[in-house]
Design a protein around this ligand. Structure first.
Ligand SMILES: Cc1cc2nc3c(=O)[nH]c(=O)nc-3n(C[C@H](O)[C@H](O)[C@H](O)COP(=O)(O)OP(=O)(O)OC[C@H]3O[C@@H](n4cnc5c(N)ncnc54)[C@H](O)[C@@H]3O)c2cc1C
Length: 318
């Protein structure tokens, strides 16, 4: 495992590429990764720090803030909210580091980080050359980007640049969020952040206390025809808009309907409040968690004909 603290260190490392054993895995906090085995190769651990306002791009209504890949994501959110910069507040308390945010295109409560990212600085792990990806070159999708596909482990993100609003308009499209904000008082950036934190702490298990990787599966994108057919059979099924010709189904609802919520197999289990979250009660191995996820996928497929896609990255031989 190679701990990378500065860009200069990384450039030198990749230039002398000959020493690095392949395959390579870039690791942030590991909050979206399930290891079923040891990783037989080199783990690259970028720990570049620093948050700064890029003064040159400052204008009346927005500001560009950049952060090193190793900055804890929620520290950056807190930093921006404290300065009255809007755009990241709905993404409060998502575990992990800044470097993973463009990789995953993290999202919550009606906001995706791609709405704020203007560019991503990355280093080629082949030769140490620096490359700037602008927003469209990141090819963002739902929990997806170019860094998860053809550039996976080929580009190490070192710094991410976010355009934030100095006159924020709040996104309170989620009823539960609006309700929680109103309980706290005025509709301010600070209250949105507190409301998101309250909801998340109430709904999701804290990975510091009980092992979990957040949503184990993505919500399911199906064609409109499939969604309509299912809706006739299950009128209460939640269906959301997607790109043209497609709808999104709440995978947590599908899993719940198959009776998995709160179920436990040894130390591997399904969270009692959120069926999308698999948890490790203590001694479950990565393989046991993976096996549970496969059982869930099978039963959802049998009942609804929907193929659940894992959000969590599984490492190891399975
Ligand atoms: C309790 C809980 C709740 C969660 N809630 C949400 C949520 O609401 N919304 C959401 O979107 N996600 C959520 N997640 C998932 C997770 O927090 C995000 O995916 C996060 O971005 C992962 O960050 P990380 O630093 O831990 O990345 P890791 O898990 O270490 O890595 C994730 C991927 O990014 C790659 N990567 C990491 N850093 C770099 C880098 N510097 N350069 C290139 N590639 C890199 C890795 O190779 C891997 O493919 C949740 C997870 C938990 C445990």
């Amino acid at each position: 495992m190679i701990h990378i603290r500065t860009e200069r260190e990384a450039i030198a490392l990749f230039n002398e590429n000959n020493n690095i054993n392949k395959p390579q895995l870039i690791l942030g906090s590991g909050s979206n990764i399930l290891f079923t085995d040891n990783f037989k190769g080199t783990i690259l651990y970028p720990d570049l720090r620093g948050i700064k306002i890029e003064e040159n791009d400052y204008d009346d209504e927005s500001v560009i803030v950049s952060a090193g890949a190793g900055v804890i994501w929620d520290d950056l959110v807190e930093w921006t909210v404290a300065r009255g910069f809007g755009g990241l507040e709905n993404l409060s308390l998502i575990p992990g580091r800044v470097g993973a945010t463009p990789v995953q295109n993290i999202g919550a409560y009606g906001v995706e980080v791609r709405e704020s990212i203007i560019k991503v600085k990355a280093l080629s792990t082949d030769d140490g050359s620096i490359r700037i990806f602008n927003n469209s070159e990141c090819e963002f999708g739902y929990r997806d980007s170019i860094f998860k596909r053809k550039n996976k482990n080929r580009f190490l993100v070192t710094r991410v640049y976010y355009r934030l609003s100095t006159r924020p308009s709040l996104n309170l499209n989620y009823d539960s969020l609006k309700h929680e904000v109103n309980l706290l008082g005025k509709e301010t950036l600070r209250n949105v952040r507190h409301a998101v934190i309250n909801i998340r702490q109430n709904k999701l298990p804290d990975p510091e206390l009980i092992g979990n990787a957040g949503s184990f599966f993505k919500n399911s994108v199906v064609t409109c025809a499939v969604a309509e057919k299912l809706k006739i059979e299950y009128p209460e099924m939640p269906v959301f808009e997607e790109r043209e010709g497609y709808k999104k189904l709440a995978s947590g609802w599908l899993i719940d309907q198959c009776g998995w919520k709160g179920k436990r197999k040894g130390d591997a289990g399904v969270h009692e409040k959120q069926a999308l979250v698999l948890i490790n009660y203590g001694k479950a191995t990565g393989k046991e968690i993976y096996d549970l996820s496969e059982e869930i996928r099978k039963s959802v497929n049998e009942k609804f004909g929907v193929d659940l896609v894992r959000e969590v990255e599984v490492i190891g031989v399975i």
